[in-house]
Design a protein around this ligand. Sequence first.
Ligand code: BLA
Length: 760
Amino acid sequence: MAEIDLQLRDTNLTSWEQEPINLSAQIQSHGVLLVLEEPELKILQVSNNTASIFGISPEDMLDCTLEDLLDPFQVDRFRAGLTEENLDFINPTKVWVRKDGDDFVVFDSIFHRNSDGLLILELEPAISQENIPFLSFYHLARASINQLQSTSTLSDFCQIIVKEVRQVTGFDRVMLYKFDEDGHGEVIAEEKLEGLEPYLGLHYPESDIPKVARKLFSSNWIRLIPDAYGKSAELFPAYNPISERPLDLTHSILRSASPCHIEYLHNMGVGASLTISLIKDNKLWGLIACHHQTQKFVSYELRKACEFLGRVIFSEISSREETEDYDYRMKLTYIQSILIDYMSQDENFMDGLVKHEPNLLDLTTAQGAAICFGDNCKVVGETPTEEELSFLIQWLKKNITREVFYTDSLPRIYSDAEKFKDVASGLLAIAVSERNYVLWFRPEVIQTVNWGGNPGQAFETKHSEGRVRLSPRKSFELWKQTVRLKSLPWKQVEIKAALELRKVLINLILRQADELAELAQDLERSNAELKKFAYVASHDLQEPLNQVANYVQLLEMRYEKQLDEDAKDFITFAVEGVSLMQTLIDDVLAYSKVDLKGIEFELIEVETALDQALGNLRGRIGESGAIITQDDLPTVMADSTQLMQLFQNLVGNAIKFRSQQPPKIHIGAKRLEDAWLFSVQDNGIGIDPQFADRIFVIFQRLHTRDEYHGTGMGLAICKKIVECHRGRIWVESELGQGATFYFTIPVGRREYERRNGRKA
Ligand code: BLA
């Protein structure tokens, strides 16, 4: 078994694919084509085989009218029919053309108007003079449909179609050919003459039926090539005298097949072919392909009957396919409703998608799934590693513009995926917003595909007379291919389920954004109130306070002699109260001043901020005999005044809450992935871990004012400063064991990219 790359998109083929085969200006010579000018029905163009078919040279036919060729009563019938919009009512009509003397030839006549509005009449020799009675055809269709209803699977269904078509037409081989998503196709049902080699289960490359041919099939549902070895007839004159260009033969029944396809038929040993399109939702779903080893003509009526049979039966197939999907779709809808419940119950909706049964995996029958919202990723089942996921998402961001993306062979379009093919050869992804994705994964499933001939050599290119000519392969012998790096494909229902989830997530995010906006508004309001209060406090409250202090002190000075010791103590308490009140006011003011709007981010040396803080604390450091050591300190993006304040408060606390020994304080700095981690470690009295969170709350004190001075604002201010820098602050400590305060300052995005290299 061999492995090949099925990239057939060679430039030659692509340019060839655009060649307009509908303008070939050749027809199959078993019939005659006439282009008529209305209303006189004058002959403007004719195929050049008229002499052999009814004994008149093409030259002689030009400028004649139809009346010169047919009996007037036949022409009158046509004239009446041609006034109708829909020409199907007169198609086909039997006509008698005089050949020699009293010798008549009978034809089926078929009219249509082409894209230039030119009336085209095609005459095919009639095999019988009778029309097929409609009722017998009706019985045929009904019998097949009755049979269909008792079958259960799609392949049984298709088998009946090919059997019926073969019975009605008598072709040596009748196949049902179904297109895959990628354009190649497979024979999924076959009825054939015994002794012929089976094609059932064989795959054929996309290039066997080029896009132009497929496009023609969507407008012309049935094509007959009764003699693959027959000669073609040219149109005379080649250019239409009215439109002055080659005739558009898109809807012609006689148009010659392209030479490449004729060669294909020869190579396959086919003498005649009939092809019927099967269209679903305006897309070519598949074909009924009939082969005969020798010439074979099928009347227009019987062809139409087959087309009808194909349509009726195929509509049954489509609805059957849909019912098969239906149960699965119902199941997925049920899972989706459970997921929505989980999402609303769990505190974090992402947990709701991964933590329970059923979960994200069940929504698309995947083996792994990941929800990546910003930097936060939750996974379930078998997935690539966190790092691989983050690179994959970068790639998706760059390459995927649609809301949903799916592939059953990720490694072929994203080569890094080869490393994790065992978990993610298949990927289904929805983009909830620019930064948010949900991904599902399927592992590699190694398959063997049987091809009708080596698909890597589906055609040969020949250069002759400066032109490139394509010719199909000569051998259609079974060619086995091992397909790797592929998962089971994603079904449309699964993709739809993913898209439904996307809608739900978008609504959820919008709602959260609303709530956040409301919270932000509340916060802003309370910040503004706090600021107003702080302003009032600092100005309006200071004044009466000063007044109290001044008058009490005045009292002490003036009446010193009259006052006893108690009265003096009372005055001292009053003055102390006033000064505590003033400190409180100053602290509240300082707290209110720390806010994001007031921050001036700049690249600063942490060392400088620390030095200033230690300078401010000089007195207390000297008094306490504190020994302060430090690591090398980096530069960060921060507000220098606030950083200084932060160190001052933390070092100040370390001195204040010292134990019996002289304080030893160490300032540390450590680089994390995307932030700097700073620490201030002391050997003081420590903090009971149960209070570790409470100490950062405004006005919370663990000690009485008698034990330690202060307002209880210092750490609340620290927390606010750190949070305004998008960092975190916390303490690790044991009572009596000293304490270490940690805080982080994120590194700037540019700094981050510089150190880590830009991720592609
Ligand atoms: C057309 N190729 C076709 C058709 C079929 C196939 C069914 C339509 C037939 C018709 O119009 O009557 C292919 N036939 C198959 C396959 C099976 C079968 C796959 O029975 C499987 C059992 N074909 C090539 C190459 C070229 C090519 C290399 O293999 C050139 C690039 C061209 N095929 C080609 C063209 C047509 C065609 C141009 C349209 C013919 C026409 O309408 O003029």
